[in-house]
Design a protein around this ligand. Structure first.
Ligand SMILES: Cc1ncc(C[n+]2csc(CCOP(=O)(O)OP(=O)(O)O)c2C)c(N)n1
Ligand code: SF4
Ligand SMILES: [Mg+2]
Length: 280
């Protein structure tokens, strides 16, 4: 008895749609799209078992460019939409994407509560410290002294939001920082984040070359974390406050057994990963 021939393994391109991105040439978000599709291919997740939910912004266009289920939602509301989806369809691997404006400004409240609810979601924020889509307004992560911006010519003067610190204080169990200029390192963080059985937050430095052209210099200032990942929130808190926010790597990972929240949701991702993970 011969069964049907085994399906060939999926490649990153199998997770991309036919829709051509309309991002500016050189936008960091291209590399994030590529890293997400590579991570999904590495995990061999069936496209029909993956959902990608976003808000509004250049970064939030990402679901249209993939070949998994997608929901291009409402500005700042990607996390509540994803929370509802995960609660109803625990069997799906749910990823959430968006920008710093979407996630930390209008969506900031949802960010904190998603960290503390600890549903098994992977939240990928492409941070360019600006509202790219609406032409360059300051966002919560904009540096206080960014004076090159014609909309805030004297800088905002406001201390910028520290996403990793807020995630930690709100109870996220997996906190990482990646860079679109290091797609290999970002892919690895995404794989680990998707496999983590609980809420994982991946902060991605992703330059907007049109409204924040100085960010082309990020290549020089981004560097790998020098310390090993910690599971101790006190040590992690000190690091995320003290470091220059350009350090990439896995900042904090709590043992999943210590995490409160949806253990059933957590178990399902574990099963998916055990079933489909291909050795690298
Ligand atoms: C309720 C609501 N308020 C405001 C807007 C306008 N708006 C669209 S995208 C955006 C900001 C996008 O910035 P960000 O999330 O950082 O994404 P980027 O474009 O930088 O990738 C804003 C304010 C909107 N669409 N809906
Ligand atoms: S405006 Fe900025 S964030 Fe938007 S596509 Fe262009 S470079 Fe990317
Ligand atoms: Mg932005």
């Amino acid at each position: 008895m011969h069964g049907p021939p085994p399906k060939p393994p999926l490649k990153a391109k199998d997770y991309k749609s036919d829709v051509k991105p309309i991002w500016c040439a050189g936008c960091g978000h291209f590399a994030v799209l590529s890293a997400i599709t590579k991570a999904l291919a590495h995990l061999s997740l069936p496209p029909e078992q993956v959902a990608l939910v976003s808000g509004i912004g250049c970064s939030s266009r990402l679901p249209a460019y993939t070949h998994v289920y997608g929901f291009h939602g409402i500005h700042g509301r990607a996390l509540p939409i994803a929370t509802g989806l995960k609660a109803a369809r625990d069997d799906l691997t749910v990823l959430v994407t968006g920008g710093d404006g979407d996630g930390f400004s209008i969506g900031g409240n949802h960010f904190m509560h998603a960290c503390r609810r600890n549903l098994d979601l992977t939240y990928i924020v492409m941070d360019n410290e600006v509202y790219g889509m609406t032409k360059g307004q300051a966002s919560p992560t904009t540096a206080p002294d960014w004076e090159q911006n014609s909309l805030t010519p004297h800088g905002t003067g406001l201390p910028s939001f520290n996403p990793a610190a807020i995630a930690l204080a709100s109870g996220a169990g997996f906190i990482a920082r990646g860079f679109s200029g290091d797609p290999g390192g970002l892919t690895q963080l995404l794989i680990e984040g998707i496999l983590y059985p609980g809420f994982s937050f991946i902060h991605v430095l992703s330059p907007c070359i049109t409204y924040h052209p100085e960010q082309k210099e990020w290549k020089q200032s981004v560097h790998a974390l020098t310390e090993n990942t910690t599971a101790d929130p006190v040590i992690a808190a000190q690091r995320v406050q003290e470091n220059d926010r350009m350090a990439t790597g896995l900042l904090f990972k709590a043992p999943s057994a210590q995490r409160q929240g949806s253990t059933q949701a957590a178990a399902s991702t574990q099963q998916i990963s055990e079933q489909f993970l291909v050795p690298s």
